[in-house]
Design a protein around this ligand. Structure first.
Ligand SMILES: [Zn+2]
Length: 271
């Protein structure tokens, strides 16, 4: 299920890839390889990965912040529910909607999280992979003797494909990651506020047939808030879609964490 914030995130990335395509194509035509002769350009002169990455970060920032905050609000609500079952769910929803309800002490931690997410090499890699696709098209243009117009059309097609395929995959993956990150920080915060209890986080899959096998094995696994999960292949993650996970365990994952209170006598109680 794609949520409304994920749709908005996807729309942002679609716009980004479309505009990026226009920037690349207009550089191409300014370079004067417009008509008959094959263009003599390299990908780096058509796409400046650094400034493109800056634009990407500016665009995704509000979406990441929103996902982080939503995750934290849900995380706190989970803890509250775990202490007092079946309570206040309507209040929780309205809190998410008005974007409030986060304790003052938690907000700076979410800002730190946002800064960490933005600093990840990942965003630069998106630009690098775009540049590599353009480089491949430039090679093909040379081999096939395409003129500038044909190359322009191919580049436009490539960016259109990015807007359809990559935009949604990135938006969903990164919004699930940020939401889980926010929920994890809420659980850690709740642990600090409740030293007498063990606040944990439970790995939750979407429970359908699309869940990858390695994550099926993680469903329901609980660890203390500040402890990493260990996946079947030995990788560590603070939460599903943690940036530390390999692409195989990360891309398109929809797993979430639920903040839980681990009680004395539970198998995984750590006191
Ligand atoms: Zn998963």
């Amino acid at each position: 299920m794609v949520t409304n914030p994920q749709k908005a995130f996807t729309a942002e990335l679609k716009r980004y890839f479309r505009n990026q395509g226009q920037r690349v194509v207009s550089k191409l035509s300014r370079a004067g390889s417009g008509e008959s002769h094959p263009p003599q350009l390299d990908a780096d002169s058509l796409i400046d990965v650094e400034s493109e990455t800056q634009l990407l970060r500016d665009g995704v920032r509000p979406h990441l912040a929103r996902a982080l905050a939503a995750g934290a609000v849900t995380g706190l609500a989970d803890v509250e529910k775990a202490f007092k079952p079946a309570k206040k769910s309507i209040e929780i929803v309205s809190r998410i909607l008005i974007g409030a309800g986060l304790p003052d002490e938690l907000r700076p931690q979410l800002m730190v999280a946002l800064t960490e997410i933005e600093a990840a090499q990942y965003w630069m890699q998106i630009g690098e992979s775009t540049r590599d696709s353009i480089a491949a098209l430039l090679d093909e243009a040379k081999e096939q003797g395409w003129d500038g117009l044909k190359l322009s059309a191919k580049i436009k097609g490539e960016f259109k494909a990015f807007a359809t395929d990559r935009a949604e995959m990135i938006a969903i993956t990164e919004s699930v990651a940020a939401t889980n990150n926010g929920a994890m920080r809420a659980a850690v915060y709740a642990q600090q506020k409740n030293p007498g209890s063990v606040i944990g986080k439970a790995w939750r899959t979407q429970g359908d047939e699309k869940v990858r096998e390695s994550h099926q094995k993680m469903d329901g696994v609980r660890v203390p808030a500040e402890t990493d999960f260990t996946l079947p292949n030995g990788e560590s993650a603070a939460y599903p879609v943690d940036i530390r996970l390999s692409a195989k365990d990360r891309c398109g994952c929809r797993c979430t964490i639920q903040a839980v209170v681990i009680k004395k006598g539970d198998d995984d109680y750590v006191g």
